[in-house]
Write a protein that binds this ligand. Structure first.
Ligand code: GCU
Length: 624
């Protein structure tokens, strides 16, 4: 019996071995070559480019990554047989999913090869890295016919050093991207959003000095000090003097790296420091100098904490007036190509809801978006896609999730807008799931002790005194700073909308609650005043009025991110009249048409903003 009670052991790999290397903090600020733009593409549904038809090595006639031009090779050897020709294959603009390259690829799910040529002039005092903002889901990278590296995970950056294989003059880069996911992937195959296979974020050749600042993190601690952590990469990483400076406030730190090339230091924050907030998103130029390398970033300084049922931003209780987003630009035919303009359009629409917070669901969004949130003043919930039926019993799946979490945190921990790291969404409860998610919580604590940890959970619906009650008793909550629950009474249930305000909420924990999702679908422009049946704008608006009335009665509620800002592609949603392959819970349509419910939520947030504007600083005198 005891064996049954013992928690299933998922052998915990040391976190240090799962961290990305290189990190290349703020890589886009470094010199290099932008490799976005026209690439040739060639589908490979049976993966002939990776293995022969009996499973051996791929044949010369199929290796898309070989360092040759097929037309030249065929001219030189008339007997040669090539069943591909990358340089004469169709061309598409990257980044952006292949589903919009041409109509035949709208539903392609498999291996796609991309190739382009570029000129380089490598120098002996430089190192070269091929860096991808993201490629969904597995990417294999080759330079001049040599394998450079492989990455699993569709929403986090990765880079491979190519210093030794980069040529002066013409170079050929080939990438095999496979969108296929298995039951062991993160996420598994069944989700509620379009896969968007392909290279969906910018590609760059990043150049650095031979020893460079690889990982840099600077933040305001809860006791009012500015702390910095630096890790160098290169032959001169150890015992290296370094200097961290925030010139605008006359702040600086000096230090020397240890034998591992690492250093951390801190000092009291100057009184002149303006704290970052949604109302005043102050960003400072920060620079770290180490030997021949100078790395810059633009960073905001603030604190986030919980105290009982309150969430404290810079020591003041706040309410998170939020909305959820997928990473999908406005337009009738999105390709998940998030440019600064696309990110600004999405986040500006959130701001026009009187929001101060966004849930970037269900995977790490583009760095362009998190930097835009820093600039526009929106607090951010950032999450990895540990979504629904993850194979919690598989140690390899846990390693995939841990790597993904570390890649997300190390990419974005200089982003003041991010206040919450989420470790899961609507995962079914079990002992092995609790162990799996608890490990992720431990990793967050180890990588970032300045932010809060949460996860989107389910509440249990019970009857109490003849009334429905939502009870939050998920054992994972004891590991979290903030409880978060997705709830859809009145949409996925037959509750009359008029009954929603009478639904009570109860929790076993003295912690803040965020309603991380609630929502209803409406086809923009579909009105049906005669009867409030589903998919009309009136139904969605009335759903919001009644659900918001319910939220007003939850004493420990400190935030919400209704589902969702914009209609988004989902293969699960195939009602031919109202959905057509789109999840219509957006408050605006895919082309930005505002639905009636948009105004209902915007007014609710206007009143909440007024009510919370007078919140008092926390009891302690120390700066938060
Ligand atoms: C779930 C899930 C979302 C999904 C939404 C819906 O809560 O977290 O990914 O899109 O509900 O059903 O629309």
């Amino acid at each position: 019996m005891l064996a049954l009670l013992a928690r299933p052991a998922l052998a915990a790999e040391p976190l240090a071995g799962l961290l990305p290397s290189p990190v290349l903090t703020n890589a886009d600020s470094r010199t290099g070559i932008d490799l976005s733009g026209p690439w040739h593409y060639s589908i490979d549904p049976y993966r002939d480019g990776l293995a022969g038809f009996h499973g051996g090595a791929a044949g010369a006639g199929h290796r898309r990554y070989d360092d040759l031009d097929v037309a030249d090779a065929m001219r030189k050897d008339p007997n040669a047989l090539y069943e591909y020709d990358m340089q004469r294959s169709p061309v598409a603009k990257l980044p952006g999913s292949w589903i919009t390259h041409d109509r035949t690829l709208r539903h392609y799910d498999g291996l796609m090869w991309y190739q382009r040529m570029f000129d380089a002039a490598p120098r002996p005092d430089e190192r070269a890295f091929l860096r991808f903002g993201a490629a969904n889901y597995t990417a294999r990278v080759y330079l001049n016919g040599t394998f450079a590296g492989m990455h699993e995970g569709g929403s986090t950056p990765f880079a491979f050093e190519v210093t030794k294989i980069l040529r002066s003059g013409r170079n050929q880069i080939t990438v095999g991207v496979d969108s296929t996911r298995t039951a062991d992937s993160v996420p598994p195959p069944a989700t509620d959003w379009e896969t968007y296979g392909g290279i969906t974020r910018p590609i760059r050749l990043v150049l650095t000095p031979t020893t460079f600042v690889d990982d840099f993190w600077i933040r305001l601690t809860r006791n009012g000090r500015i702390a910095a952590t630096v890790r160098l990469n290169g032959a001169q990483a150890s015992d290296q003097p370094l200097h961290v400076a925030i010139p605008a406030i006359g702040f600086s730190l000096d230090g020397k790296t240890d034998a591992d090339g690492a250093w951390s230091g801190e000092a009291a924050a100057p009184a002149s420091l303006h704290l970052w907030s949604p109302e005043q998103p102050t960003l400072y130029d920060v620079q770290v100098t180490a030997g021949a390398d100078v790395l810059h970033d633009r960073v905001g300084f603030r604190t986030i904490a919980v105290r009982g049922e309150d969430i404290l931003l810079n020591g003041r209780p706040i309410f998170l007036r939020g909305i959820s987003l997928h990473e999908e630009e406005f337009g009738e035919n999105p390709a998940r190509d998030i440019t600064p303009e696309a990110a600004r359009a999405l986040l500006a629409t959130a701001k026009s809801l009187n929001a101060n917070y966004v849930r970037l669901a269900h995977y790490p969004h583009s760095e362009i978006t998190t930097r835009m949130a820093d600039e526009l003043g929106l607090l951010v919930w950032s999450e990895i896609p540990v979504y629904w039926l993850v194979n919690f019993a598989n140690p390899a799946t846990l390693i995939t999730a841990r790597r993904m979490l570390a890649e997300n945190i190390l990419r974005d921990r200089n982003r003041a807008s991010i206040i919450l790291w989420s470790v899961g969404n609507e995962t079914p409860q079990s002992e092995v799931r609790l162990t799996f998610l608890s490990q992720l919580v431990d990793d967050v604590r180890a990588l970032d002790d300045t932010r809060l940890v949460s996860a989107a959970l389910f509440a249990r619906r019970v009857e109490r005194g003849g009334h429905p009650e939502m009870l939050i008793d998920d054992p994972l909550v004891s590991r979290l700073d903030v409880m978060a629950v997705n709830t859809y009474n009145g949409w996925y249930t037959s509750d009359p909308l008029s009954s929603l305000p009478s639904i009570a909420w109860r929790s076993d924990y003295d912690k803040p609650l965020i309603l991380s999702e609630f929502g209803a679908e409406a086809l923009a422009g579909y009105y049906d005043p005669r009867q409030l049946h589903k998919f009309s704008e009136e139904f969605q608006a009335e759903y919001y009025r009644q659900t918001l009335a319910m939220t007003d009665k939850i004493p420990f509620l400190r935030g919400m991110s209704p589902w969702i800002l914009k209609d988004f592609r989902s293969p699960r949603r195939q009602n031919p009249i109202y959905q057509q392959g789109w999840n219509r819970k957006g408050l605006v349509s895919e082309i930005g048409q505002r639905k009636e419910a948009f105004g209902v939520l915007a007014e609710h947030y206007r009143l909440l903003a007024t009510k919370w504007a007078t919140s008092k600083p926390s009891g302690s005198g120390a700066r938060q």
